[in-house]
Each structure stands twice: as structure tokens, then as C-alpha cells.
Ligand binder design. Structure first.
Ligand SMILES: [Mg+2]
Length: 336
């Protein structure tokens, strides 16, 4: 199987700030597998939070070969052979996983939604994310996001109430809150009580990932559902966090691809947990891949491509907030 890769710098429309820090550009790695002139594309958007970066990924992949992967193998054979070559870097595992799913789908004329039994009729709405910012900028961003019926607001700073009040001056749209590990138990209790009066749908990762006991205590008293993000990397985490959270946020860059994401969906459903699909800042390659699973989940937050100004790909579209999947085989994406 032929393999190549390239790097790409995504530029953000606005500097994006969360409880952990800010970014205005994001470097991603694109990988390509080819059989008989048919090419599948995948993407790694590495995150500091998980100690991954583009440089380490390139160092890793520039010496890799995939000659041991036979073109005639099954998709699972390909994934089993390719993913361990990522050396544990989940965003790189994801890049391999997406490229191989895309290639498999194209060779078999099957879209990934069909592959995973996701019925397009059960479309999912995506939220649009507003990062932490000054009052005036938040107001401007909320107005700019007029076409998105659902907002996700980043909190976990010293002026959380001020941020919500600023938003509520401009719109009464339902809001999802992501604290990105920014609160302690006492703050979490106060904020969840207060946010429950502010047309907030749920709270994502209120406490730090190593405060699972406190998160379980918060869940007992919180009027709002708690969704695990930093506490839920892959399917192995689900049994150990199910008592502390009402749901999980699945991200391809954390879990290592569509195969693992689908496993997480099944495990969360068995435990009657809510399921959200999230993202990093990514091109339409990874966003579209995640969107193919969106008919299977409760909440989507797949706006990482919309936050950029130079996405090189076309894929999933957002119409009145709803994710609209492309028709083509595989991931169904095209170069712009
Ligand atoms: Mg989050």
C-alpha cells in the first residue's frame, strides 16, 4: 500500500481561548494511503493537552513503511497493522484510521455513515463554540454565530458569570457549557445551580480529570447533566467514569479513529450514557469523518472546521445548525 503525508497550517478566524490557553493557528498532518490509484485521506490534529504535536508526528511517520499491509486484506486487517505504527499517538492513529476507512469506502462504493449503520434521516444539530474573550468580542462572536441555533461556551475562567450574562444580553439560545477542568467542587456546585437557570443544556468536564471522586459528588447534586471530555479518552475509560458522568464526549483525535469511536458509542449506550461527538480545530477531513457517526449520538459539537479561514477540503455542511453529510463513498470529501 502506498503511503504519503503532508503538513498544513490552519488559520483561525479568531484567536481561540479556553481555560488552558490560546491559539491562533493550528498545525495538522494529512496522511494518504493509495491502492490502484484510489486514495484515502486522514488527518491528525495533535493537542498539547495529550502531549502530542506535529513535529513528533512527522518525526515518526517519515521513517514508516506500510509494505507489510496487503492490499487484499480486510479493513480490520489494515487497521490492526497500521494503528500500532503510530506509537501510541492517538491523533496519528486517527489519521491512519480515517485514511483507511476512506480508502475502504471508496474501493467498495460505501459511505462511512452506511458502513456504521448511521441513518442520515436521524441528523444531528451541531453547536457553535464561543471561546473565552472580552465582553465586546463575545458579543460580536455571538452575533456572528446567528445562523447556529445552539452555542457552546467555554468557561472555567474568573469571570464565568459575566460571560454568560454577556451572552444572555444578546441571545436566549440554548447554551452548552464547557469548563475544560476549570472549577473545583465548590465552584462546580455553585455554577451548575446558577447555570441551570440560564437555559444551559449540560456542562462538559467541570472538574480536572484527576478529580473523579469530586465529580461523582457534583453529579449527585447538579441539576445539569455532566459530560466527560478530558476524563474520557477511549473505551477503556467508560466503565471507570460511568458513575461520575451522565455522558461522554467522543473525539476522534483522543480515541484514535472511527473504529474505536464506534466501540465507545456501543459501550456508552449499554450504560445508558448520553453521547456527544466533539472535535479539535481540524479540517473538514476529520470533522466530516466524525459527522458520519452523528446520527448515532445525542449531541454534536463539530465546528472545528468552521472556526478556520483556510480549510482545504469540502465535506459535511451545516444547514440551519444541522449537519448535512456528503453523498460520496468513503468520507465523501473533496479538495477545494
Ligand atoms: Mg471539551
Amino acid at each position: 500500500m502506498e503511503f504519503r503525508y503532508s503538513t498544513y497550517r490552519l488559520e483561525l478566524k479568531h484567536t481561540f481561548t479556553i481555560a488552558r490557553g490560546s491559539e491562533s493557528v493550528v498545525d495538522v498532518v494529512l496522511v494518504y494511503f493509495t491502492i490502484d490509484g484510489v486514495t484515502g485521506v486522514g488527518e491528525a490534529a495533535p493537542s498539547d493537552r495529550y502531549h502530542e504535536d506535529c513535529l513528533s508526528i512527522v518525526e515518526k511517520i517519515k521513517i514508516l513503511t506500510f509494505n507489510d499491509i496487503t492490499d487484499s486484506g480486510t479493513l480490520d486487517d489494515w487497521l490492526d497493522a497500521a494503528l500500532p505504527k503510530a506509537g501510541g499517538m492517538r491523533s496519528l492513529e486517527n489519521a491512519f484510521d480515517l485514511a483507511l476507512h476512506d480508502l475502504y469506502g471508496k474501493l467498495n462504493s460505501e459511505s462511512m455513515a452506511d458502513h456504521f449503520g448511521a441513518d442520515r434521516k436521524n441528523g444531528c444539530m451541531t453547536s457553535f463554540t464561543i471561546g473565552i474573550d472580552e465582553k465586546d468580542k463575545i458579543r460580536a462572536k455571538v452575533l456572528e454565530a446567528e445562523q447556529y441555533p445552539l452555542l457552546k461556551i467555554k468557561l472555567g475562567s474568573d469571570h464565568d458569570k459575566e460571560i454568560i450574562n454577556t451572552i444572555r444580553d444578546v441571545t436566549d439560545k440554548p447554551v452548552r457549557v464547557d469548563a475544560n477542568e476549570g472549577w473545583d467542587l465548590e465552584q462546580g456546585k455553585k455554577m451548575c445551580d446558577w447555570l441551570a437557570e440560564q437555559n444551559v443544556e449540560f456542562v462538559e468536564q467541570p472538574l480536572s480529570a484527576d478529580s473523579l471522586d469530586d465529580t461523582a459528588k457534583l453529579r449527585e447534586v447538579s441539576p445539569l447533566e455532566l459530560i466527560a471530555d478530558e476524563n474520557c479518552i477511549d473505551s477503556k475509560n467508560i466503565p471507570e467514569i460511568a458513575h461520575a458522568f451522565d455522558g461522554i464526549n467522543i473525539k476522534l483525535m483522543k480515541c484514535g479513529g472511527l473504529r474505536e469511536a464506534y466501540r465507545m458509542i456501543q459501550m456508552a449506550r449499554e450504560r445508558e450514557m448520553k453521547i456527544m461527538l466533539g472535535c479539535m480545530v481540524e479540517t473538514s477531513v476529520a470533522i466530516t469523518a466524525a459527522a458520519h457517526l452523528s446520527p448515532l449520538v445525542d449531541y454534536a459539537d463539530l465546528d472545528g472546521n468552521i472556526l478556520t479561514i483556510n480549510d482545504p477540503f469540502d465535506g459535511v455542511k451545516v444547514e440551519d445548525g444541522m449537519l448535512v453529510l456528503p453523498d460520496g463513498a468513503g468520507l465523501g470529501i473533496n479538495l477545494r
